[in-house]
Write a protein that binds this ligand. Structure first.
Ligand SMILES: *[C@@H]1O[C@H](CO)[C@@H](O)[C@H](O)[C@H]1NC(C)=O
Ligand SMILES: *[C@@H]1O[C@H](CO)[C@@H](O)[C@H](O)[C@H]1NC(C)=O
Ligand SMILES: *[C@@H]1O[C@H](CO)[C@@H](O)[C@H](O)[C@H]1NC(C)=O
Ligand SMILES: *[C@@H]1O[C@H](CO)[C@@H](O)[C@H](O)[C@H]1NC(C)=O
Ligand SMILES: *[C@@H]1O[C@H](CO)[C@@H](O)[C@H](O)[C@H]1NC(C)=O
Length: 510
């Protein structure tokens, strides 16, 4: 024994001391992060709401004149791509249960409900040549019932469910999509714009273009990375601007509403303090968020310079005659620039970003390769049921401050923020997530004077979460998908959100 044993004991003691200190630090930081909940209130004109999307909740996929969309086609022809081979044929059956749904929304005390229109429920083949009266009637009933209950309808015109007929014409790879979208937008402004005062053209173009055209993870699943994604975004931004200008010129004076786009992003935290990783984090934000935000919100318009430079350079090395990132003409830049009344942000989590020093010219091109960045997670960040969703509330504050610095004092509406679990009724982890993220939001508003006007929880109720089927749950209401009636049950988080909204603060309400 002798020496070794003394050394052993000594080191053992140090190790356990270190562990003890770590435990003390953990407990005190947990306590102080609880104690540090921002004590401020949300201003009186701040709005709270909840969100959903047509394909994820409505069901009635082939009833009352609705036409087929790309998610109907994708789930029916490739059931193997969806967890448990499920689909949105019935979903929450909200098409038939919307009256009960409005009553449940009312109970939360929210000021608004953000939902989306199913394009093919209104225009079965996508073109405005044939309008489905049952589709118009359904949304009229829903809007009227919301208004009767003092709930503001906020409408997303497009939340991923492209008409199948238009997809067969190329979907967002066809530049004519801007015409078709404008025609559809005109129908919805004409029919609902007397009552609807907040419009969102597109939900999350990044997911549509990067995953649906660049990848195979979302419908239509082109899987043509580095080309179809850039073309999709190019046409989508033009379609957004067309709907904005249509509203601005022909509807705004009578209807007095607002119209903008909703974009999603993680906060990109540099993985180290090395300059190249800090630059990589900025560059990744430019590629993933600036790609859509810069043409609309920056004073120069157009794609971010760093993105144009990196894609052009790599395209050339790959042997392309021109950049895979299409060019906007000067007229197009000016046409798209400033097409907003607010900035809609969907935010859930944060990633660590690292610089890539050398990216060999090999295999398929991709947006990520073009960006010369990669991401990873800090293993200490708390998890959710979704592998991409870690609980990192300070990233929310940093992103909001970054937005203010990048795009000025634009009013920001948080149009989605939420937590994924298995569907527990006593959903303590969801309550904790919202407590921390709302505190981070108050920090941004009070300490850094970021102009945030609204906050939305995703989601109103458990729903069809795309490739995750019904296994990943975000709802404030639990839905029993084994029950033909799709019975809804409030979770603990529904009561928590009700209290937050009533008190207009998070500190000291439970
Ligand atoms: C609608 O789709 C369901 C499957 O979800 C099918 O059983 C039913 O026959 C279809 N109804 C019509 C009217 O096509
Ligand atoms: C759905 O899929 C998950 C993961 O593969 C599995 O654990 C679960 O049992 C399945 N549920 C049903 C109802 O088949
Ligand atoms: C998409 O492309 C990747 C390779 O880039 C391939 O591994 C994957 O199987 C493709 N997906 C489909 C559905 O073909
Ligand atoms: C970077 O530096 C700051 C300030 O010194 C420090 O708080 C932070 O932990 C550092 N980050 C990393 C990833 O090392
Ligand atoms: C875009 O325009 C620049 C000059 O304005 C030109 O050098 C480049 O080749 C153009 N790229 C494409 C894809 O047309």
């Amino acid at each position: 024994m002798g020496h070794t044993s003394i050394h052993y004991l000594f080191f053992n003691k140090i190790t356990s001391m270190v562990q003890f200190c770590k435990l003390v630090i953990f407990i005190s930081s947990a306590l102080s992060s609880y104690g540090r909940l921002n004590p401020n209130k949300f201003p009186d004109d701040f709005l709270f709401g909840i969100a959903s999307a047509s394909y994820q909740i409505e069901g009635a996929w082939n009833l009352s004149g609705k036409g087929e969309n790309i998610w109907d086609r994708y789930t029916h022809t490739h059931p193997e791509l969806i967890l448990n081979r499920t689909n949105g044929d019935i979903a929450c059956n909200s098409y038939h249960r919307y009256e009960e749904d409005v009553a449940l929304i009312k109970k939360l005390g929210v000021q608004f409900y953000r939902f989306s229109l199913s394009w093919t429920r209104i225009l079965p083949i996508g073109f405005s040549s044939k309008i489905n009266p049952d589709g118009i009637r359904y949304y009229n009933n829903l809007i009227n019932l919301l208004m009767k209950n003092d709930i503001i309808p906020i409408i997303t015109i497009f939340h991923w469910d492209t008409p199948q007929h238009l997809e067969e014409l190329g979907g967002f790879t066809n530049a004519l999509m801007a015409n078709w979208f404008e025609d559809y937008a005109r129908v919805v402004f004409e029919n609902f714009g007397d009552r609807v005062k907040v419009w969102i053209t597109f939900n999350e173009p990044k997911e549509i273009c990067l995953k649906g055209y660049g990848g195979d993870e979302k419908a239509p699943g082109y899987n043509l990375s580095g080309t179809a994604d850039y073309i999709c975004a190019h046409n989508l931004m033009k379609a957004h601007a067309r709907a904005y200008h249509l509203y601005d010129k022909q509807f705004r004076s009578k209807q007095n509403g607002q119209i903008s786009i909703v974009m999603d992003t993680f906060w990109m935290e540099p993985a180290t303090n090395l300059t190249w990783d800090k630059k990589a984090a900025e560059r990744r934000l430019a590629f993933i968020f600036g790609w859509y935000a810069h043409p609309v919100y920056s004073s120069n318009g157009d794609y971010p310079d760093v993105m144009k430079k990196y894609v052009a350079r790599r395209s050339k090395r790959e042997g392309f005659k021109r950049s895979r990132l299409p060019n906007f003409t000067k007229e197009e830049v000016n046409y798209i620039k400033g097409t907003y009344d607010f900035l809609g942000l969907n935010h859930y989590s944060t990633v660590l970003t690292k610089n890539v020093l050398f990216e060999p010219i090999f295999g398929k091109p991709s947006v990520e390769k073009d960006s010369m960045t990669v991401t990873e997670y800090d293993p200490s960040w708390p998890n959710s049921k979704a592998s991409w969703l870690k609980v990192v509330p300070w990233g929310f504050t940093k992103l909001l401050v970054w937005l203010k610095n990048a795009y000025g004092n634009v009013p920001i509406y948080i149009t989605e923020n939420g937590f994924a679990d298995d569907g527990e009724i006593d959903d303590k982890d969801r309550i904790n997530y919202h407590k921390l993220y709302l505190s981070a939001l108050l920090d941004a508003m009070h300490k850094y004077k970021v102009n945030v006007k609204a906050y939305t929880i995703w989601s109103f109720m458990d729903d069809f979460e795309w490739r995750d089927g019904y296994m990943t749950r975000f709802g404030l209401y639990h839905v029993d998908f084994n029950d033909p009636g799709r019975n809804r049950t409030p979770k603990a988080s529904a009561e928590y959100y009700r209290k937050v909204i009533a008190a207009r603060k998070i500190d000291g309400i439970d």
